[in-house]
Write a protein that binds this ligand. Sequence first.
Ligand code: IPM
Ligand code: MN
Length: 339
Amino acid sequence: MVAGDGIGIEVVEQGLAVLDAALAGTGTTVSPTPFDLGAQRWHRTGETLTDEDLASIRTHDAILLGAIGDPSVPSGVLERGLLLKLRFALDHYVNLRPGKLYQGVKSPLAEPGEIDFVVVREGTEGPYVGNGGAIRVGTPHEVANEVSVNTAFGVERVVRDAFARAQARPRKHLTLVHKHNVLVHAGHLWRRTVEAVNADFPDVTTDYLHVDAATIFLTTNPSRFDVIVTDNLFGDILTDQAAAITGGIGLAASANINPDRTAPSMFEPVHGSAPDIAGQGKADPTATVLSVAMLLDHLGLTDESRRVEAAVAADLAERGTRVRSTAEVGAELADRVRG
Ligand code: IPM
Ligand code: MN
């Protein structure tokens, strides 16, 4: 368990309480190990994530992460040195982010229709790998490069995972989002890979959207999406839009999955550490609780996962404009899970 910074600490506490409630009486117990990672550790020791931390994290079944980041730490230090390092080191190549509009939740779209899709965002490649550099920094002749790395191996494994997810859903539809009219090298690798893997999933229908067009459809007709597969950066951007149209990042859950199970997968709300409201008990723990549902599902605890999601769905259907503290929402969700 990595509570991290800011509201991460508050929401993870509630996530664990709901996890306990879901497992009560099942014979499965959870013993979370708190990892001291994030801004405070960095200020104290200068460390973000050591080899010892990683080795110890690897011995666990799953990771629940709150939020990482604080304005007192230079931008990029914790993002690259902690969060992305975890995703890369533990080979979280499937970054799964559902876009679901629950009953009772207000979308900013006038006519949202039914929204229920999932974004399979590649998690270990793309422009996130840090393959870049700059010369003549700070001069008028500065050149700054960020290279997007796309390997046949990396693209195929995430595309295969996305097809399998599409196959398991009623609509069996997969949309590839890229920008192959401009990013021709990577774009064509993605397009060819989707075409080739489709042969192994003949029931799945596919289509393709350039990322700019995808943002239009997410606003004008989000119901058209079932499973979206895309690269790391496009996926980052689209999933914030997905969160916005389904009630905001306070509700958006995510899972960083290692489908080969060679290392623990990691479950985290899409939102950040929100330093402006940290420590005030105002943060909504719902995104973390939905991430807990994804954690249970990943561990094969399907019934428990469904109960947690159902508790959230019932809470959202009834919450209206009621203002509750972080702990109140968590306690009510835990009560609903206990039944
Ligand atoms: C997210 C975040 C991270 C990302 C940042 C904090 C590195 O925006 O989880 O979506 O870009 O992946
Ligand atoms: Mn993001």
